[in-house]
Design a protein around this ligand. Structure first.
Ligand code: NDP
Length: 263
């Protein structure tokens, strides 16, 4: 029996075990996926190896530590400098970031997008901004405070704080802040939101399982809206493909979605 895990602190709320275990069950793979509460992120590689895990996901606050500790980092994760997936390959810990491609898969249902305004500048925003850039979608970052904007400057991504921003037309507005997660706050001042939402066609919120104030406002302005469920699902499916060396078909994806939703 192979064992996989999700590392986080806290990790109790994670829906990854139910999603991955549904995938293993669907494919009749003898494996289990468990939660691993990890206090000290610097020990992540050693903990992964000493528990004989075959693969793992990494969530808040350990993604940067996981990046630094891996034996090899592949793909867009090298630029993002944070990883959410570990895979054991020939006794080496190989790391990937599947949040970025998971986000791109999640916005496919909107159709063609040329420009995007990304609200927030945290870990998730870094992955999303580089993923959009790689797909030649022009991305602009808007954050509450200046101090997290340095990463975007280094990657030549236009970036603003609320004070310096002048609203204009973007096809897609993305909320990657935690405003709306545990409160009923909007991610930026209403004057800015009113202006950019009135000119946009699509709104995406990384938060899942609820209609946030951001999505509710976008809906009243007639935008097509989407929450973060597909992003969470697709980052999981992509990690599952690395874990099992398989290519997920529609039935597997749907069984993982059901697992995620606890159905
Ligand atoms: P971080 O803590 O790294 O970043 C949070 C960002 O939100 C910062 O830019 C911060 O701004 C901003 N922010 C926080 N509170 C407010 C507020 N009240 N008003 C405006 N801005 C605010 O978080 P992550 O990047 O890790 O996660 C961001 C969100 O994405 C979370 O809600 C998380 O649940 C969600 N998420 C969803 C995933 C999915 O698969 N669907 C995957 C990962 C995350 P400042 O710099 O000024 O503090």
């Amino acid at each position: 029996m192979k064992t996989f895990a999700i590392f986080g602190n806290p990790v109790e709320h994670s829906k990854s075990p139910q999603m991955h275990n549904a995938g293993f069950k669907h494919l009749n793979i003898e494996a289990q996926y468990i939660k691993h509460q990890l206090e000290d992120g610097t020990t992540i590689k050693q903990t992964f190896l000493s528990n004989h895990y075959h693969g793992a996901n990494i969530t808040v606050p350990h993604k940067e530590h996981a990046f630094k500790n891996a034996d090899e980092v592949r793909g867009i994760a090298k630029k993002i400098e944070a990883v959410n997936t570990y895979v054991l390959e020939n006794n080496k810990v190989i790391a990937y970031n599947t949040d970025a491609p998971g986000f791109i898969k999640a916005i496919k249902s909107f159709g063609t997008i040329k420009t995007a305004l990304l609200l927030g500048a945290g870990g998730t925003a870094k992955a999303i901004a580089l993923a959009l850039k790689e797909k030649n979608i022009e991305v602009t970052v808007l954050n509450r405070s200046e101090n997290k904007l340095e990463f975007f400057k280094q990657h030549n991504i236009p970036n603003y704080s609320w004070e310096s921003f002048k609203p204009k037309k973007y096809d897609l507005i993305i909320n990657s802040t935690s405003a709306g997660l545990k409160d009923e706050l909007l991610p930026c001042p209403t004057e800015i939101l009113d202006s950019v939402l009135s000119q946009a066609s699509f709104a995406f919120d990384c938060i899942y399982g609820k209609i946030t104030p951001f999505l509710a406002l976008a809906k009243t302005k007639g935008l097509e809206i989407k929450d973060g469920e597909d992003m969470l699902l697709f980052q999981g499916v992509l990690a599952f493909e690395y874990f099992t060396n398989t290519s997920a078909d529609k039935k597997l994806v749907e069984s993982m979605r059901k697992g995620l939703k606890g159905e």
